[in-house]
Design a protein. Structure first.
Length: 379
């Protein structure tokens, strides 16, 4: 665990960047520091590996005061990731990743072998090892930055806006892979972001800082969205927090059977199975997409379908189910099992009824439209 005990940082000139922060970042968990620009996030992070020394207070790493740990030994156990990877531009990717192992005195062969192993871990092809940072996209550089921080297998990782320099699609991919990786590695991570959505997605615990370096609230994402401590936090987490809180509500998604057709089926069959003009095309139990009867030719063709919506997984959060329903061209959200096999569809009104049931805490009957899972009709 990383423990901040009344930590204050006052810069020469008098700026109080961090003001009496007391915070526990639990072992094996992701603690996110979030807040507006200038609220002291980066300063807080850098005090953990003593790139910045606190003016007062203590930071403990597994009960040892970090001020008592020699800096090289402290930093050996702490990986540090910054925006865009912070790579050395004139060194190859494998040399970049091998930086810390080489500093630790590993033989070059072993350090480079570790670098290649880590390229795979972060999802980059081996041939990138000999390229230079300028020959990689922003997202790829970011992955290399993570690989570099992981090279000496440190138990602790500090990450400063690690996903902010890439476009939203790549950012989502990197976040998802980061969570998958953390699921395997279980590092103790402190991550800084100014983006509350990222904080809520990635954090096991979220610490909200306000300008002046004061801690406004520390809570799980769920608590933060449901019960912001004051107006500042409520404003910061945003007005649609009620909707975002659905990410944490796992309900009985009221799945309805959905008739399907397969590529090659006749147009008449497709018309007879369509509901409100839309029929779902599936093959081998997997949804391919929606087909409107106006688009039909002689037979159903896989080329003419539009998935046009997100998929929900049964047992997953209600937000995903609602999103699937609202984003589907038919108004029916496609629900699949963990292997991507079709279970049926869900309508927004049924998800909302389930949401309402959760909100009121009722454990009674499922809503009228929403009897739980029925077997989908297969063709
Ligand atoms: N070396 C320094 N000397 C003086 N003041 C500093 C120094 N570094 C940061 N500050 C000030 O301390 C405060 C906190 O800065 P810090 O970089 O920790 O904030 P931040 O929350 O990470 O901001 P951002 O999201 O904009 O990066 C700011 O007012 C900043 O101007």
């Amino acid at each position: 665990m990383i423990r901040f005990e009344k930590v204050t940082k006052r810069y020469p000139g008098g700026t109080i960047a961090v003001d009496e922060v007391t915070l526990d970042a639990p072992t094996g968990a992701i603690t996110v520091l979030v807040g507006p620009s200038g609220c002291g996030k980066t300063t807080s992070l850098r005090m953990v590996n003593r790139m910045i020394e606190p003016t007062s207070g203590r930071i403990l790493l597994d009960d040892t005061d970090t001020a008592r740990i020699p800096e090289p030994a402290l930093r050996r156990g702490i990986g540090y990731v910054i925006q865009q990877g912070g790579l050395f531009p004139h060194q190859s990717i494998e040399r970049n990743i091998a930086t810390v192992p080489l500093l630790l005195g590993w033989e070059k062969k072993r350090a480079y072998a570790r670098a290649r192993e880590l390229l795979e871990v972060v999802g980059l092809p081996a041939e990138m090892a000999t390229r230079y940072p300028g020959q990689l996209s922003g997202g790829q550089q970011q992955r290399v930055g993570v690989a570099r921080a992981l090279a000496a297998d440190p138990p602790v990782m500090l990450m400063d806006e690690p996903f902010s320099a890439v476009d939203p699609v790549v950012r989502t991919q990197l976040q998802d892979e980061f969570l998958r990786l953390q699921g395997e590695l279980g590092k103790t991570i402190i991550l800084v972001t100014h983006d509350i959505d990222e904080a809520v997605k990635l954090g096991d615990l979220v610490a909200v800082l306000r300008v002046g370096g004061r801690l406004a609230q520390v809570a799980t994402p769920e608590e933060l969205l449901a019960h912001p401590a004051d107006d500042f936090v409520a404003d910061f987490v945003g007005r649609d927090r009620g909707y975002r809180a659905l990410s944490f509500v796992e309900g009985e998604v009221p799945v309805q059977a959905e008739p399907t057709v397969a590529p090659g089926d006749g147009a008449d069959l497709a018309r007879s199975r369509a509901v409100d003009g839309w029929v779902l095309v599936a093959e081998d139990g997997r949804p391919l997409g929606w087909l409107h009867t106006d688009w039909l030719r002689a037979e159903v063709s896989a080329d003419r379908v539009a998935l046009g919506g997100t998929l929900a997984t049964q047992g997953g959060p209600l937000r995903a189910a609602l999103d699937a329903a609202l984003s589907s061209p038919s108004g029916r959200g496609v629900v699949v099992d963990g292997d991507g096999r079709l279970l049926g569809t869900v309508r927004a009104r049924d998800v909302l009824a389930e949401v309402e049931r959760h909100r009121t805490g009722s454990t009674g009957q499922a809503p009228a439209q929403g009897r739980p899972t029925q077997a989908p009709v297969q063709t």
